[in-house]
Design a protein around this ligand. Structure first.
Ligand SMILES: [Zn+2]
Length: 280
């Protein structure tokens, strides 16, 4: 059984980092990768936390139990406005409160996710402060702008308190390659941060072909029946005025030439249906 909070202290000076996994309880790639890595891990400098984000959801193999943990890192008052007072009683709100205290003990957070969409591709979520580390992660797409378009995540909180938050989205959770990306991402991160083999840093592959994307819009459904016109692959290009879906009877179209991310059919008004953005 994997420990929920594992603190590895080298006893030597050095960076303070955290690997977070299982923020969404059914995202298995990160959980399996961490289980494998920590077996024989001995860090050489600084300290590293390995933290299971949402143990209750992991135990039930569900995304979350009462509220999406990765929206709970926003200010309490904003959460109440968005979800009503009830949100404060959720397990996930309380869990976020606990995680925030741990986040304050480290400088950089790497949060591992994967996706339920079959054709999803791996990518990194970070802002400018994460671009340097992103070069060492085994993924060629970087998406920025989540902090303003979709605030409330772990990375948002880290950036807000002047630290650095990075999410690694490893691809479809049914694809074995996603676990490999998670493993390689964690190991590269630990090396970059000099927790492991500091002398090998120059042997790490730098991703020279990373492409950057900037989010511009999140669409919230207006009715209880939002249907995509077709299934969209992550990063699929859309033309201006291209039909995306029907929200009740209303046509929802792309306002510009753009790309689409996380597109889902939804059955409840006010749900997050998709994100749009532009490549830089
Ligand atoms: Zn996730």
């Amino acid at each position: 059984m994997i420990q929920e909070v594992l603190k590895l202290d080298s006893g030597n000076k050095g960076a303070k980092s955290m690997i977070l996994y299982g923020v969404h309880g059914n995202e298995i790639s990160g959980i399996s990768a961490v289980q494998k890595i920590i077996k024989n891990l001995k860090i050489q400098s600084g300290l590293v936390y390995f933290v299971m984000g949402n143990p209750r959801a992991v135990a039930q193999n569900v995304r979350f139990t009462e509220a999406n943990l990765n929206r709970m890192f926003e200010d309490k008052n904003i959460l109440i406005q968005k979800y009503s007072e009830k949100v404060l009683n959720t397990y996930e709100f309380q869990r976020a409160k606990f995680l925030k205290t741990l986040f304050k003990e480290v400088d950089i957070l790497l949060d591992i996710h994967d996706s339920s969409i079959t054709e999803s591709q791996p990518f990194i979520i970070c802002e400018k402060n994460g671009f340097e580390i992103a070069k060492y992660l085994p993924v060629n797409k970087i998406v920025s702008g989540f902090d303003s378009i979709e605030p409330g995540g772990t990375d948002y909180f880290m950036n807000k308190i002047g630290k650095t938050g990075i999410c690694l989205e490893c691809g479809y959770f049914g694809n074995p390659n996603s676990q490999k990306i998670a493993e390689q991402g964690i190991l590269n991160f630990l090396q970059y941060r000099q927790h492991l083999n500091p002398n090998n840093l120059n042997q790490l592959t730098i991703q020279n072909t990373q492409k950057r994307y900037q989010l511009s819009l999140k669409y919230y459904t207006k009715t209880n029946n939002f249907k995509l016109i077709k299934s969209f692959k992550d990063f699929e290009k859309l033309k201006k005025n291209q039909l995306i879906g029907l929200d009740g009877k209303d046509q929802v179209m792309a306002p510009d030439d753009c790309f689409i991310l996380f597109a889902h059919n939804r059955k409840q008004a006010g749900s997050e249906a998709f994100l749009l953005g532009k490549s830089e």
